[in-house]
Design a protein around this ligand. Structure first.
Ligand code: TA6
Length: 293
């Protein structure tokens, strides 16, 4: 690596201790966008606009420690979505990942790659030789790419999602556009399937639904920022807010914080992906933020 590259990285990528002594890596792009990601769960904890405005919600009531999920940022859901035989939303977000690459792309973007391979505990839960890697590339946009490789002799199936907690400022004055005519499974109505009839989703009560084969791009407009969410290799979009009742049942969500957040999650959650031995699955999302005033 050239000295210039080393200097650039040293000026744009830093590390500090985080959960369970694992590193939190901070990236700074020349545009002023900043991001921090924890090796614990390969979870993005913060993404800030050049104005200094925080774009992701992160609870200030976190119950930190190995095995505990971090409420906020962008948790990685893998290999299970929701409840089931594995820990909720799978084990990826509660296991240590390893930074395997920090680099500068030709366009000046700042990039870090983290890797997860199964330890003995994971193999008892999910006995497959997999490798998962997450690329996070920060420029004026945030691009996340997840690769899952089947290094086993048997096929395996998995669900995955970027469980993004957008900081919206006030969910009652936020809208999601682009889901009209999409079919969705409503987890609050017995997983029945419905069709979205609204051009514009507004929020005034609990919502927890997965839109099947949702459009590649969606818009979230909020008092805090406007987001364009673009996905690839991911069929579905989950929209979730626990609202007042759900908020009160969550110890790691401060009273009233349901209004500060909205989860719009790009994922394969309704139909698992099956990988045969040697196959690789690539999925990603691109987040673009706009801040006014
Ligand atoms: O993605 C929506 C959802 O599955 C909701 O049902 C709710 O459980 C949310 O995820 C948060 O899950 P967590 O395990 O992080 O509390």
């Amino acid at each position: 690596m050239s000295k210039a590259e080393t200097d650039f990285i040293e000026n744009h990528i830093a590390r500090e201790a985080g959960v369970a002594g694992l590193s939190v890596v901070s990236l700074v792009h020349s545009s002023g966008y900043r991001l921090s990601i924890s090796e614990y769960g390969a979870q993005i904890l913060s993404w800030t606009h050049p104005s200094g405005r925080e774009l992701l919600y992160l609870s200030d009531r976190l119950a930190l420690g190995l095995g505990k999920a971090i409420r906020g940022g962008i948790p990685l859901v893998f290999p299970q979505f929701g409840r089931g035989p594995l820990p909720a939303h799978g084990f990826a977000r509660i296991k240590p990942w390893k930074v395997v690459r920090e680099q500068v792309t030709d366009s000046g973007a700042v990039s870090v790659t983290l890797r997860l391979t199964p330890d003995a505990e994971v193999l008892t839960m999910w006995p497959y030789a997999f490798l998962a890697e997450l690329d996070v590339v920060l420029s004026e946009v945030l691009v996340m790419t997840m690769r899952v490789v089947n290094g086993d002799a048997s096929p395996f199936s998995f669900c995955s999602a970027f469980h993004t907690y957008f900081a919206v400022g006030d969910c009652e004055h936020s809208v999601v556009k682009g889901l009209k005519n999409s079919k969705f499974v409503d987890f609050l109505r017995g997983r029945q399937e419905y069709t979205e009839e609204r051009d514009i989703l507004t929020f005034d009560s609990p919502i927890d639904r997965a839109y099947r084969n949702s459009p590649e791009s969606l818009v979230l407009e909020s008092p805090n920022a406007r987001f364009v969410i673009t996905k690839q290799g991911l069929d579905d979009t989950v929209v979730w807010n626990p609202w007042l009742e759900g908020n009160r049942s969550m110890a790691d969500l401060a009273e009233g914080d349901y209004l500060k957040m909205l989860c719009v999650e790009s994922g394969n959650v309704l139909n698992p992906v099956t990988l045969n031995p040697g196959e690789i699955h690539i999925s990603g999302q691109l987040l673009r933020a706009g801040v006014s005033g």
